[in-house]
Design a protein around this ligand. Structure first.
Ligand code: C2E
Ligand code: CA
Ligand code: CA
Length: 710
């Protein structure tokens, strides 16, 4: 107010005091953004301009005459305000201008920038004028600025340029990501971090979007200060002023390196085998699918090779899994070296690998030749010595191959075919390659339907035991071998030679074997109940798989118990195949059975592994000379020599020897002259139903056998 007084002539001329007052009055009134209030020393309001009404909410009529403290001073400022007002009137000076939050009529706080002055006109009471500039808008802007500053400090890299693209600011995250400090970046353009991987057209399109839409977003390959190129997810927004002119560009960037790495890792996990780094089953199936489709289009051929490591389980069990893993890794490396660029070597899991050959000749013979060559290379390479951690290992693999040409075949079918071929290769011995062919397919199908039939047969009780007589040197009946028969409603009477192998392979031999044991014990019980049959023994065939069940001895015992059958009349026929593996376990079981009173016979003797050294350790009672050595007797000298050796062997070990397959008197006589104790064969009787066997007993019952041997 002092200035207003000091410069009374702003418009020239010398205005009257009255004019001046009117002018200032008008000026005060219309100062739109500034609340002007006048107070007497006791705080009574004497002046209130229009802006005051807007800023504080009271009309002049409401406000005039009210006290400053009641009007706009919030309660917490009363004391300090009273003191300040007193000081101003005493000294005639205003307190320094400052920011305050004063009170609106509705109670809310109004941010103002407040200055004060004391106007003393002689003869009149001095008046304190307060001039409060409304700071609401500024306040708002400041709050927004704080938010913007916080946002700018985010984890995302940010840069702000002017309209010409010159960098004005970058944040700390930008520095972290690019390696450029703010001082290095400011004044440059974003070209600073360009990698050169994007074409000029790319940037042209970017600028086009920015100009038209004011916004662009996408992936850019940028380059760090250290030269490393990385993927950035970039958003650029144009900032415009109130007239729509671009003033700035704000760019945010998110480093995608981690995400890209994670993506790559996920892809690796999904499509590669972590142990060998070969494509995994999923990827292999994918490629096979594509290869089948491509062959169909190009009329070319492809081949699927299944590879299975021989005896892998044994290696794992004996040397440990980490050695097994090493072997698998080395196999993978060798396979990688063998296959051509367009082909695939994959690991299906476990010790199974697959090679997929593409683009073979449409002439299937040529294709097969080519595949055979690759297959042989694989066999040779994979049977070279492996260097495991502490030792060298001589491994081998089996290979099953199927070709596919332009004929439509499903992936599933091909997998099955290669698997079948592999199965055949394994069955044929180790280090072998087998091609799938239609005959194989037919055999497999037959096998599968047979297996289904067998399962059904078990449910429907279509099995019977036939009995084949066993006689001693005197020709007296001493017992029988139980031989299973299947009365299949479709196939008729099926020989066990046709279905036992399938049952063994599938595991169905276990329920089947139980059934036989059960039927045999039931029969033994009825024999035991009658004096004319009580002395007869019943021989039952037990396959290796059945014998290897941990609870086999228990099974036998419970079954005998159930029928109250005499264990001394039960004989189990075992084969040499049982003796190739884990012999100690086998011997423990055999001894347990022997202790129970059962007899144990070694069936088909002479055809198996024939390491005679183990024989001494076995608690056996009987050796059965295999039919094949009897068949050509008496003419064939070699057969006679074998038969004789077996008989002598049996004698020296105190075992009873029984010849099976005896069809003629001459065979019987020769064997008897060599010292054979027992006989079985068509000459004495074919396998027959139980009723027919019963007929045999009647005539014999008059003259009881003198020797019970065998
Ligand atoms: P195997 O134990 O060697 O049984 C003897 C086989 O020789 C029987 O064939 C029998 O009929 C046949 N045979 C007996 N005497 C003569 C003969 O004088 N000349 C000729 N040419 N053959 C004769 P089968 O009954 O067909 O049984 C075949 C094989 O099936 C058996 O051979 C045995 O290994 C298996 N088998 C039979 N029944 C069972 C069973 O209940 N369980 C198990 N696990 N295998 C069984
Ligand atoms: Ca037998
Ligand atoms: Ca036999």
């Amino acid at each position: 107010m002092a200035e207003l007084k000091a410069d009374p002539t702003p418009w020239g001329g010398r205005p009257s005091r009255k004019d001046n007052e009117a002018r200032f009055q008008k000026l005060f009134e219309e100062a739109d953004a500034m609340s002007i209030q006048g107070y007497l020393p006791d705080g009574t309001l004497v002046y209130w301009n229009r802006a005051s009404e807007r800023i504080y909410g009271y009309t002049a009529a409401e406000a005039l005459g009210a006290n400053l403290l009641d009007l706009i001073i919030p309660p917490e400022m009363h004391t300090q305000t009273t003191a300040a007002v007193r000081w101003m009137f005493e000294t005639g000076k205003g307190i320094p201008p400052s920011r305050m939050a004063l009170k609106h009529k509705d109670g809310r706080r109004v941010p103002v920038y407040s200055s004060h002055t004391i106007v003393a006109v002689p003869g009149q009471s001095p008046v304190m004028f307060c001039m409060d500039a409304d700071m609401s808008a500024l306040h708002q802007a400041e709050a927004e600025l704080r938010v913007a500053a916080a946002a700018f400090d985010s984890q995302q890299g940010m840069l702000i340029t002017d309209a010409a693209g010159v960098i004005l600011r970058v944040n700390a995250a930008f520095t972290r990501a690019t390696g450029y400090a703010a001082t290095e970046a400011v004044g440059q353009t974003p070209r600073l971090i360009h990698s050169g991987r994007q074409s000029p057209e790319f940037y042209r399109a970017l600028w086009h979007d920015l100009r038209t839409a004011g916004f662009w977003q996408g992936e850019i390959w940028n380059q760090r200060k250290n030269g490393e190129v990385y993927a950035d997810w970039v958003t650029i927004a144009a900032v415009k002023d109130e007239w729509g002119r671009v003033t700035n560009y704000v760019g945010t960037q998110t480093d995608m390196t981690h995400r890209k790495n994670a993506e790559a890792k996920i892809t690796r996990l999904a499509y590669f085998d972590p142990l060998t780094q070969l494509p995994n089953r999923r990827q292999m199936l994918d490629r096979l699918q594509r290869s089948v489709a491509a062959n169909l289009r190009n009329r070319s051929a492809g081949a699927l090779l299944f590879i299975d490591v021989d005896d892998f389980q044994t290696l794992n069990d004996t040397l440990g899994h980490d050695q097994g893993d090493l072997l698998l890794q080395q196999i993978a490396q060798r396979l990688k070296r063998i296959v051509r660029a367009g082909d695939t070597a994959a690991r299906l899991g476990g010790d199974e690998f697959v090679v997929l050959l593409d683009d073979l000749s449409p002439n299937l013979t040529e294709a097969a030749d080519a595949v055979k060559t690759v297959g042989d290379t694989i066999l040779t390479s994979l049977s070279q010595v492996y260097h495991l951690r502490e030792q060298e290992y001589l491994g081998s693999v089996s290979l099953g191959v199927t070709l596919f040409s332009h004929q439509e075949s499903s992936v599933d079918e091909l997998l099955k075919q290669a698997d079948l071929a592999l199965f055949e290769a394994k069955a044929a011995g180790r280090n072998t390659l087998r091609f799938f062919d239609l005959e194989m397919q037919a055999a497999i199908t037959r096998r599968a339907t047979l297996l289904n039939g067998l399962r059904e047969g078990l449910r429907q009780q279509q099995f019977r035991l036939f009995l084949q007589p066993q006689v001693n040197r005197d020709g007296a009946l001493v017992g029988a071998e139980a031989l299973i028969r299947w009365h299949c409603p479709v196939r008729g009477l099926v020989s066990p030679a046709d279905f036992i192998p399938v049952a063994e392979e599938s595991g169905l031999i276990l329920p089947l074997g139980k059934w036989v044991l059960d039927a045999a014990c039931a029969l033994l019980a009825t024999w035991g109940a009658r004096p004319e049959t009580a002395h007869l023994t019943l021989a039952v065939n037990v396959s290796a798989r059945q014998f290897r069940q941990t609870d086999f001895v228990d099974q036998v015992l419970t079954t005998l118990d159930r029928y109250q059958a005499n264990p001394r009349r039960l004989k189990l026929e075992l084969t040499e195949s049982l003796l190739v593996d884990r012999l100690d376990e086998v011997i423990v079981k055999m001894s347990a059975l022997k202790t129970l009173g059962l007899g144990l016979a070694l069936d088909d003797f002479g055809t198996g592994y024939s390491s005679l050294s183990y024989l001494r350790h076995l608690p056996l009672e009987q050796l059965k000379i295999d039919r094949s050595f009897v068949r050509d007797l008496p003419a064939d000298r070699d057969s006679a020599a074998v038969a004789q050796t077996i008989i002598v062997l049996g004698q020296t070990m105190g075992l009873c020897v029984l010849a099976e397959g005896v069809e003629t008197q001459a065979q019987r006589d020769l064997l008897a002259s060599l010292g054979c104790h027992g006989f079985q064969g068509y000459f004495f009787g074919e396998p027959m139903p139980m009723d027919a066997f019963q007929e045999l007993i009647r005539p014999c019952s008059q003259n009881e056998p003198t020797s019970l041997a065998c």
